[in-house]
Write a protein that binds this ligand. Structure first.
Ligand code: LLP
Length: 482
């Protein structure tokens, strides 16, 4: 059989998985409160955060710029803390972490879930009580485990048999009894992007419940007197709207609690059902309020415990996206607008901004959707099908895939992209040697830089080059004067 294969390989040239919004929304100036943070609104013709107009923020701090609505973040943290009263809320620092945010969330009563020594270092530097930290990771290094034990981290979530023995030894060396949880793979297919689903069997995290690994892990931990088993943990994935997956997870985790009681005479005081609660990125996304999620989970845990004759354990969670995601937006400046005629004659404006996949990789990586608006003025031009793209050297460098923006959009205009608090700055890179944008916190009409913009000098700081002698030896003109 003969194939006329594309020279770049069989996967080359597939179109983007796109659903074009064929009907323009009636009003491009609307700011859906489910998507934007609480203190984002219109100030005259501009989009403003807590009273500060986009043009002022851009003039003061430059673009691209992450803007944090501080009061909105506090409110979300409080809502979660209240909803899960009686248990702990560990903010998942992987979504976004800097000392200011760590401190602010600790003030609101949240603990922090860290998963590397880097995240741990930020939390410790912020002054967060180590007892309020939980350490995660499927491959924590010995150095990371040692740092956690020696810093007095409250909980370490165990992910492999190797790690159980490793940690027991480190705890013995440090002369402490370390509190631990076991991460259980509950076998749930979460309804989300495959890359961010984490509780099906064929992936790297946790101990399989179905295969008996989780029970074996419990036995192993119980055999180590340096480890105190305080609970079970499950995280089924991220950006999930449907609570069904969490409910199945809760049911199965309680089942294991009962088994551990039966086998070891041990009633564990805590279960942690992880993070994963979805947020609204675009119209139509409809996340459940934290209080509702908490009530449903509590109900199912109580019911299952009653049936198993267990005391109801503390119910903890680890939201990242749901805490920080909606509280930030990104401001970009438009550099060029290029109309491209599609098959069928439709025109799509390619709107190039001064950032891109280095400050938001989520669109390229997960086909994520975002909401974008013109931020520095109101236009009465008709809506134009548009795609917001970055300045990187690849065509997948897309920030907002399908959107409607005013047809008169022009260089110098500012765009605001909503809900960029989670996994945007955190996953940022220096691709094409672009310095990372700053993060500015806005509170009561005042803006303050909490993470500075990277400089070209900082980009160069680790580029130490060859030693002078090596340079001379390697250079084709090495050692020749003049
Ligand atoms: N707990 C554990 C053990 C986790 O692995 C995660 C996320 C969380 C909590 C917080 O999940 P959240 O509430 O934020 O959904 N980069 C992806 C998301 C990866 C999530 C990784 N783990 C994205 O941009 O969608």
């Amino acid at each position: 059989m003969s194939h006329s294969a594309h020279p770049a390989g069989p996967s080359h040239g597939y179109p983007l998985p796109t659903v074009e919004p064929v009907i323009a929304p009636p009003d491009l100036t609307v700011l859906n409160p489910r998507i934007w943070s609480a203190n984002v609104g219109r100030q005259g013709s501009e989009v403003a955060v807590a009273g500060l107009p986009a043009s002022q923020l851009a003039a003061e701090h430059g673009t691209p710029l992450f803007v944090l609505d501080t009061e909105d973040l506090r409110q979300r943290a409080r809502t979660y803390a209240t909803a899960f009263t009686g248990g702990d809320v560990y903010y998942a620092g992987k979504a976004f972490l800097c000392t200011t945010v760590a401190r602010l969330l600790a003030e609101e009563g949240l603990g922090i879930d860290v998963c590397t020594s880097g995240e741990l270092a930020v939390a410790l530097r912020a002054g967060v009580d180590p007892q309020r930290l939980a350490l995660h990771g499927n491959n924590k290094s010995v150095a990371e485990l040692r740092l956690a034990v020696e810093s007095g981290v409250g909980r370490i979530v165990l992910d492999s048999h190797t790690e159980i023995d490793r940690l027991a030894q480190l705890a013995a060396e440090a002369g402490v009894r370390q509190r631990v949880l076991i991460r259980v793979t509950v076998g749930v297919e979460a309804h989300t992007h495959a890359f961010i689903a984490t509780a099906h069997e064929d992936q790297k995290f946790g101990f399989s419940l179905a295969a008996g690994q989780a029970a074996a892990a419990a036995a192993r931990v119980v055999g180590h007197p340096q480890l105190e088993l305080v609970g079970l943990h499950s995280h089924i994935g991220s950006q999930i709207f449907d609570t069904g997956g969490f409910e199945v997870a809760a049911h199965r985790v309680v089942g294991l609690l009962a088994k551990i009681r039966d086998e070891h005479g041990l009633e564990l005081p805590e279960i942690d059902l992880g993070g994963g609660q979805g947020i609204a990125y675009v119209d139509g996304d409809d996340p459940q309020p934290a209080a509702e999620v908490a009530a449903r989970l509590r109900k199912i845990v109580e019911r299952e415990c009653e049936m198993a004759g267990l005391a109801v354990p503390r119910l903890s969670v680890e939201p990242g996206r749901a805490i920080i995601g909606p509280s930030m937006l990104t401001l970009y400046e438009v550099g060029t607008v290029k109309p491209v005629v599609l098959d069928g004659g439709t025109v799509r404006n390619y709107v190039s901004v001064d950032g891109g996949m280095s400050d938001n990789i989520r669109t390229a990586l997960y086909a994520a959707d975002y909401t974008v608006v013109l931020a520095n003025r109101i236009s009465d031009a008709p809506p134009q099908l548009s795609r917001v793209v970055g300045k990187h050297c690849e065509s997948g460098d897309i920030v907002v895939r399908d959107c409607w923006l005013p047809a008169d959009l022009a260089p110098g205009d500012l765009l605001a992209v909503a809900a960029t608090g989670a996994y945007c700055f955190a996953m940022s890179s220096n691709y094409n040697r672009i310095p990372r944008p700053p993060v500015v916190a806005v509170t009561g009409s005042r803006s303050e830089v909490i993470v500075r913009r990277e400089t070209l000098e900082q980009l160069m700081a680790n580029d130490v080059g060859w030693s002078a002698a090596d340079q001379l030896a390697a250079s084709p003109v090495g050692g020749v004067d003049g």
